[in-house]
Every structure is written in structure tokens, then in C-alpha cells.
Design a binder for this molecule. Structure first.
Ligand code: NAP
Ligand code: ZN
Length: 352
């Protein structure tokens, strides 16, 4: 084991603060990475504040972070994919059993023995996994990804969660040229959803509660922007969407969006608000519409997404922050005030 610097939360109400954690020395299949940038996902905030206690209670101290880009510093003897000095990335998962039907379909995110990057039982240390708000991480090579060399690293980090979480359902539900696609919420996930849907050739409509994001949404690739607080403007799109991706982090009325789907249209939730919400049966019945969810994406699809971003020069729009600003960043996330992902410059951890 070796010591790593990190930022952790000690309880649901305490701010994140500097700490030291133990990481394992790399085993034969492991890659050790010096973390350069880590994106700040709203899931980090939900988890730190124990807002998901009914499904994934938080174990403290909690070191969040699952949008990791860094430089390989050491590899185990059986590692063939990476060598010291390579740029590498890690997303929301660090292990799975590799043998179950889900793993065999490259859907490791649905493996019952999947280990998430933080707050999950760590079979190596006996504690819980610690995420990317840290100077280093040690991960099995199967869960380490390659970053196309043309991508800016601060902007590439958020691809590891916000990127794959939006790319995967857009592909699963067949978004292509000629389809009308709605994206709800212009945050970290939503702005990647707009970029990908646009790159796939769809007609993209962004629904936002923030009128001041309109110009940005158009620049990011939306064809139309609707301020969702205006029910009349929303209703003008009734029955017209092939697909809607809902990336909202807080309570909101999903029924008004289901009503915008055409026959056989689908609304997929990727946002994960704390509380359950009511769904009108009639809204689904009338039009054979469907409501589904989606969680990140498998490792092969994550690599495919990164390569797609390399080919199309797509990264997240980021505000790079030092780790010392993380608590302020969380407060801004709660006000929907980020353009459009915070990316932590991990060099700042040396000063803590
Ligand atoms: P984020 O950057 O904070 O963006 C959320 C956006 O939702 C805000 O920018 C805002 O957009 C909108 N919003 C916020 N409060 C709202 C409200 N009360 N009513 C309506 N809209 C509201 O968050 P994120 O990192 O993109 O994450 C979004 C959600 O996805 C979180 O719940 C997160 O945990 C979840 N998530 C899920 C997965 C998965 O695998 N399914 C992966 C990652 C994250 P506007 O200002 O445009 O309205
Ligand atoms: Zn995330």
C-alpha cells in the first residue's frame, strides 16, 4: 500500500477537505495513474450528501470523482495495453466479474458484481473504493481507457461519465439524421447530450429552466431552445419527438415531457433525483410511448465514445478549478450555475 493525497467528506453535512488515503500497490493486471484532471459530476454531490441513501448509502469518509484523466506511472507485469508515460482515463467503474451475461454483452455497468469507482466495497483493501479527487488511482487494465491524442485533457475528463451517459442512450434509441430529439437540462450531462445529438445529425431541441443559457445552447448545437417554465411554449411541441433525454438532477414534472413524444417515442431518464415522482398512465398508453432509464455505458462503448469524440473533436465545455474551490463548485451546481462542467486541475492538490 502507499499513501495518496485526496479530498474527502466526513459526513453528509461536512465540506470536502484535504486528507490522505491508502491505495494498493499495483498487482500484475493493474495500472497506476497520476491523476491530472477529474470532472465534477452532480452524482458526486448526491453521494457526498447521502441523497441516495435508500439505494446507495454513503460510507464515510467519501472520496468522490469518476471522470478521471491522467498519466500512467506504473504497470503490473501482465499489463499489455499501457506503459508508463501513456495518457489514460477511468470512468465510473473499476471492476466487474467478467463472466455474467451482462459482462458478456459488454454491459459491465449492469453486472451484479460491478465495482463502482467510489463508495463501493473494495475487494483489494477491504474498505470502500476511493474516487478521483486524489493525486493517483490504481485500476485493473480492463477498466482503463485510451484518450485520443487530439483532445484537451481538462475537457476530456467529463467524457468519462457525462459523455458516455448521454452517448449510450442516444445510440441505443437509434438517434440519427431525421429524428427530433429533446434534451432536458443544460448541465454537465445535458450539454454533452446536445453536442452528441447534433453530431449524429438529429434536430435538437433543448429544454431549460435558465433563459440565460439560450445562446450557449444554440452554440453547442441545439436547433431550438425552449424555456420550460413557459408551459405554452413547451406544449407547442406536443406529440412531435422521437426521443427525449432527461438529464435533470432535481424534482420536476416528467409528464409534461412524455406528452411531447410521438407514437412509439421514448423518454429516457439519466438524471437521478433523490425522490420518486408520479407518472400519468394515460400519457404512456395513448401513443404506446415508453419511459426508461439508462446508466453510463459499458467499457467497449466508452472507448467507442472517446474515439468518436477524437474523430469529431468533441470535449466538454469546462471551467477548470483548483481542488480548493470544490465546495463552492457544489453550491454553484445546486444553482444550475456551471458552464458546463467543472474540471479539477489536480496539480492544485500539491498545495493542500
Ligand atoms: P448538473 O450539471 O448539475 O445539471 C443538471 C441540470 O438540471 C441543471 O444545469 C439545470 O439545467 C437542470 N435543473 C436543475 N434543477 C432543476 C429543477 N429543479 N427543475 C428543472 N431543471 C433543473 O448535473 P449533471 O452532472 O449533468 O447530472 C444530472 C443528473 O444526472 C444528476 O442527478 C446525476 O446524478 C445524474 N447522473 C446519472 C448518470 C447515469 O448513469 N444515469 C450518470 C451521471 C449523472 P437548466 O439550467 O438548463 O434547467
Ligand atoms: Zn457521473
Amino acid at each position: 500500500m502507499f499513501n495518496a493525497k485526496a479530498f474527502s467528506a466526513a459526513s453528509p453535512s461536512s465540506p470536502l477537505a484535504s486528507t490522505t488515503i491508502a491505495r494498493r500497490d499495483p498487482t500484475e493486471n493493474d495500472v497506476q495513474i497520476e491523476i491530472l484532471f477529474c470532472g465534477v459530476c452532480h452524482s458526486d454531490l448526491h453521494q457526498v450528501r447521502d441523497e441516495w441513501k435508500s439505494v446507495m448509502p454513503t460510507v464515510y469518509p467519501c472520496v468522490p470523482g469518476h471522470e478521471i484523466v491522467g498519466r500512467v506511472t506504473k504497470v503490473g507485469s501482465a499489463v499489455s495495453k499501457f506503459k508508463a508515460g501513456d495518457i489514460a482515463a477511468v470512468g465510473c467503474m473499476v471492476d466487474s466479474d467478467g463472466t455474467c451475461p451482462e459482462c458478456r454483452r459488454n454491459l459491465e455497468q449492469f453486472c451484479h458484481n460491478c465495482t463502482l469507482t467510489y463508495n463501493f466495497p473494495d475487494k483489494h483493501t477491504g474498505g470502500v473504493t476511493y474516487g478521483g479527487y486524489s493525486d493517483s488511482v490504481v485500476v485493473d487494465q480492463r477498466f482503463v481507457l485510451r484518450v485520443p491524442p487530439n483532445l484537451d485533457l481538462a475537457g476530456a475528463a467529463p467524457l468519462l461519465c457525462a459523455g458516455i451517459t448521454t452517448y449510450s442512450p442516444l445510440h441505443h434509441w437509434g438517434v440519427t439524421k431525421g429524428k427530433k430529439v429533446g434534451i432536458v437540462g443544460l448541465g454537465g450531462l445535458g450539454h454533452m447530450g446536445v453536442k452528441f445529438a447534433h453530431a449524429l445529425g438529429a434536430h435538437v431541441v433543448l429544454f431549460t429552466t435558465s433563459p440565460n443559457k439560450k445562446d450557449d445552447a444554440l452554440r453547442l448545437g441545439a436547433d431550438e431552445v425552449v424555456v420550460s417554465r413557459d408551459a405554452n411554449e413547451v406544449a407547442k411541441h406536443a406529440g412531435s419527438f422521437d426521443f427525449i433525454l432527461d438529464a435533470v438532477s432535481a424534482d420536476h414534472d416528467v409528464n409534461s415531457y412524455i406528452a411531447l413524444l410521438r407514437v412509439d417515442g421514448n423518454l429516457t431518464l439519466v438524471g437521478a433525483p433523490e425522490k420518486p415522482f408520479p407518472v400519468s398512465a394515460f400519457n404512456l398508453i395513448m401513443g404506446r410511448r415508453s419511459l426508461s432509464g439508462s446508466a453510463i455505458g459499458g467499457i467497449a462503448e466508452t472507448q467507442e465514445m472517446l474515439d468518436f469524440c477524437g474523430a469529431h473533436n468533441i470535449t466538454a465545455d469546462v471551467e477548470v478549478i483548483p481542488i480548493q474551490k470544490i465546495n463552492e463548485a457544489y453550491e454553484r451546481l445546486l444553482k444550475a450555475d456551471v458552464k458546463y462542467r467543472f474540471s479539477i486541475d489536480m496539480a492544485s492538490l500539491k498545495n493542500s
